[in-house]
Ligand binder design. Structure first.
Ligand SMILES: *[C@@H]1O[C@H](CO)[C@@H](O)[C@H](O)[C@H]1NC(C)=O
Ligand SMILES: *[C@@H]1O[C@H](CO)[C@@H](O)[C@H](O)[C@H]1NC(C)=O
Length: 426
């Protein structure tokens, strides 16, 4: 087994198993859980002290739901520009009947996938191993799968048509497949991307916080290199004295079952609990500059509710346990588009975000090609401003000349062809 010592495929969600050890008792697969919880008040103690997250304040209401017939433009105006979560029932097919463990093992068992093993709270070790081995172990051991879905599986996986046209289409970043067993809980976190989260089997309960009036700096937040934020709160045993803020933060809830999807905008704090055998697909999308209007020229009038996932043009695909750009030919416009995607809704592209992108793209290439320009070289070319090397503005990215982009294009082109390049060099 190849042990990956750092986050190659950054887990979108870091999970804590509610079991304490990796004991080999089958996990509790019960799907009948009371959620939102019924609060217990004790005179002498802060509400929800040493209880799970969600016990510190009564839920406000369920997350809004909308119709499967929602037009992409309406979705854009209400939920992307409106910066609100929304649930859709029955948006994708339930895959529990088709995707049994034995089917997955027979059909896809040979594929190498990245799985996460839980060692200590907050720290996961990522391991690359055949899917088959994971399927033999996940009902007993403290591990779960959380990986960009392999290309081979895409034809059987759904992509809601809602996000596969117009302004959304070329902002699809990556589809992440999640498989777990038993009760697991995520950290309290906020992604740097918009996410459409769909449950294909099992059940997931979501807590979504409304922090619009008071950014929760006092929740012990940690920022990851991809911009995601998570809180160090122990979500199973909350210290309600230390995190008093939780008594004042309104929260909303959603329970997703097979076929349901939930849209969560970037930087919305949420926490998730999975129950039973859970298979979910999380589609990450680059946030949109919402000052721009929706362009839906290519959106069909009555599209099927979903299409196979291989119809989506995602920025990233997955090979040998690492991210690769999906496109095989990189033009100047592509390179500019990638930089604008990194920008999200910001007007400045910060250097660390670019460095992380560059590291991921060139992860395999740098080991083979020692003459490669460094991220710093390329950054210096792109920014071309001695006074301010910390960020590049949106307007500069939009107008930067093809000449200036060329160095980046060359590196991206080399990296996407790395496996052809391998053969020709050897
Ligand atoms: C999976 O990884 C192992 C070890 O790196 C390798 O030998 C094997 O060929 C890989 N399998 C596939 C299907 O890529
Ligand atoms: C959406 O709301 C979150 C939480 O209040 C905030 O941090 C984020 O900046 C908002 N995003 C947009 C695009 O307004």
């Amino acid at each position: 087994m190849l042990l990956l010592t750092f986050l190659l495929i950054q887990s979108k969600i870091q999970w804590i198993s509610t079991d304490d050890d990796g004991s080999s008792f089958p996990k509790d697969m019960n799907l009948h859980v009371t959620f939102p919880p019924i609060l217990e008040r004790h005179e002498s103690m802060a509400l929800g002290h040493l209880r799970p997250l969600g016990w510190q304040r009564r839920a406000e209401s369920p997350i809004l739901e909308d119709s499967l017939k929602i037009e992409p433009a309406r979705f854009y105006h209400l939920f992307i520009q409106g910066n609100r979560s929304v649930a859709f029932r029955g948006m994708v097919p339930a895959l529990d009947v088709l995707w049994t463990d034995s089917y997955l093992s027979k059909r896809y068992g040979h594929l190498n996938i990245t799985i996460a093993k839980r060692k200590q709270r907050l720290v996961d070790t990522l391991v690359l191993l055949p899917f088959k081995i994971f399927l033999e172990q996940y009902r007993h051991d403290d591990l779960y799968m959380n990986t960009i879905i392999p290309d081979e599986m895409k034809s059987e996986t759904p992509l809601p048509s809602l996000i596969n046209c117009g302004t959304f289409r070329n902002r699809l970043l990556e589809p992440v497949l999640w498989i777990s067993a038993g009760d697991t809980a995520s950290l309290l976190l906020a992604h740097s991307t918009n996410t459409l989260h769909c449950v294909l089997d099992g059940r997931k309960d979501f807590i979504i916080f409304d922090v619009s009036n008071q950014y929760p700096n006092d929740l012990d937040l940690v920022r990851q290199s991809n911009g995601d934020l998570y809180s160090r709160i122990d979500v199973d045993l909350v210290n309600a004295y230390k995190y008093k803020r939780l008594h004042n933060l309104p929260w909303y809830w959603a329970t997703l079952r097979e076929g349901d999807c939930l849209f969560i905008p970037a930087y919305i704090f949420h926490q998730v609990r999975a129950h039973g055998r859970t298979i979910a697909l999380s589609i990450d999308m680059s946030p949109i500059d919402t000052r721009e209007d929706f362009n839906g020229n290519d959106c069909e009038k009555n599209p099927p509710i979903y299409v196979p996932l291989n119809k989506g043009k995602f920025l990233w695909r997955y090979e040998h346990g690492t991210r690769h750009l999906s496109k095989q030919t990189i033009t100047n416009d592509d390179a500019r588009h990638y930089l604008l995607l990194l920008l999200g809704t910001n007007d400045q592209l910060y250097k660390d975000i670019f460095l992380e992108f560059f590291r991921q793209v060139t992860y395999e290439l740098v080991k083979k090609d020692t003459t490669l320009p460094t991220a710093d070289d390329i950054w210096a070319q792109l920014s071309n401003d001695e006074n301010n090397q910390e960020y590049i503005s949106r307007s500069r990215l939009k107008s930067v000349s093809s000449n200036v982009l060329q160095l980046l294009v060359d590196v991206l082109q080399k990296s996407v062809r790395i496996h052809e390049y391998d053969k020709s060099e050897l």
